[in-house]
Design a protein around this ligand. Structure first.
Ligand SMILES: Cc1cc2nc3c(=O)[nH]c(=O)nc-3n(C[C@H](O)[C@H](O)[C@H](O)COP(=O)(O)O)c2cc1C
Ligand code: SF4
Ligand code: SF4
Length: 257
């Protein structure tokens, strides 16, 4: 079977998933379109992919699951027995049930999983964990994965689903912590953080925050040139200490084809 068009669709507040998905799309060497749903997930239009399209879908792993925020929106992406590659980008702890959950969402909507890749991305909470990932080598592996996917599909007589790692029922969702990064006295009110927040947790005035909307994605922290935004106090310190202490080994990308 020959793929005509490749769609790379991703949610990526701190851009690691974006880099990985785009490397895979590049490797396919097909006519392609990249769609970033990080900010548009709420008012996303419907997408209907054909059976000779290929979807490469990527998202960060949040609490061993697909990000809760976008799960509902993913139902607007429909296939017609369309092959899909699932890309989970995780911060060196674990990806647990991300793949089976994403598989269930997309297969219900007309896609068939023909491959998956667990990639590493610098942890949103601390730049010391999975530092610099995806690195140059990871992105070359991404391109190679893209090439291999096209070869695999070319040799398939029919698009069938595959078994992926993970458990059903999925692990419990993370509990919302009702905290958010806050600006300190270095804030210049430039508004950059407001523009990148996927949930609208930051008001027009960057000092106005609604922590109940915050998913701790850290897009606002990374975009601030003045290093002004941080989660205050002890709120996520135990999680950061755990990550920096126990999740600092070098993990390799895992490909399922
Ligand atoms: C709320 C939240 C939960 C996370 N949960 C996990 C996790 O369960 N396992 C893991 O290894 N990394 C976890 N991470 C780290 C992200 O998966 C990782 O940093 C990813 O590269 C971020 O993707 P992005 O750059 O596309 O936003 C979590 C990050 C956030 C913000
Ligand atoms: S990006 Fe930084 S300096 Fe600009 S408004 Fe946000 S917190 Fe303030
Ligand atoms: S306020 Fe929360 S949801 Fe918005 S960008 Fe910052 S961490 Fe992400």
């Amino acid at each position: 079977m020959e793929i005509k068009k490749v769609y790379g669709i991703y949610f990526s507040p701190t851009h690691t998933t974006k880099k990985v998905v785009e490397s895979i799309v590049k490797g396919t060497e097909k006519d392609s379109e990249s769609i970033d749903i990080t900010l548009s997930w709420k008012n996303m239009k419907e997408y209907s992919l054909k059976n000779d399209d290929l979807l490469i879908f990527g998202a960060p792993v949040y609490g061993g699951r697909a990000p809760r925020l976008i799960r509902e929106a993913l139902n607007k992406i429909n296939g017609d027995n369309t092959p899909i590659i699932l890309v989970g980008v995780y911060g060196n702890r674990a990806y647990e049930d991300f793949f089976v959950e994403a598989q269930d969402i997309f297969e219900k909507n007309g896609f068939r999983v023909v491959g998956a890749g667990a990639f590493l991305g610098e942890h949103s909470f601390t730049t010391k964990v999975a530092k610099g990932r995806p690195n140059f080598e990871d992105l070359l592996k991404g391109e190679n994965f893209g090439r291999e996917i096209i070869l695999k599909i070319r040799n398939l007589e029919e698009i069938k689903s595959m078994d992926l790692p993970g458990n059903r029922p999925y692990k419990q969702d993370m509990v919302s912590r009702n905290i958010a990064p806050e600006p300190d006295e270095n804030c210049k009110s430039c508004g950059a953080c407001v523009k990148v927040c996927p949930t609208g947790a930051i008001g027009k005035n960057p000092k106005d925050i609604d922590p109940s909307k915050c998913i701790l994605c850290h897009a606002c922290v990374r975009v601030c040139k003045f290093n002004s935004r941080k989660v205050k106090g002890e709120a996520i310190k135990p999680a950061i200490d755990f990550l920096e202490g126990k999740c600092n080994d070098y993990k390799e990308i895992e490909i399922y084809l």
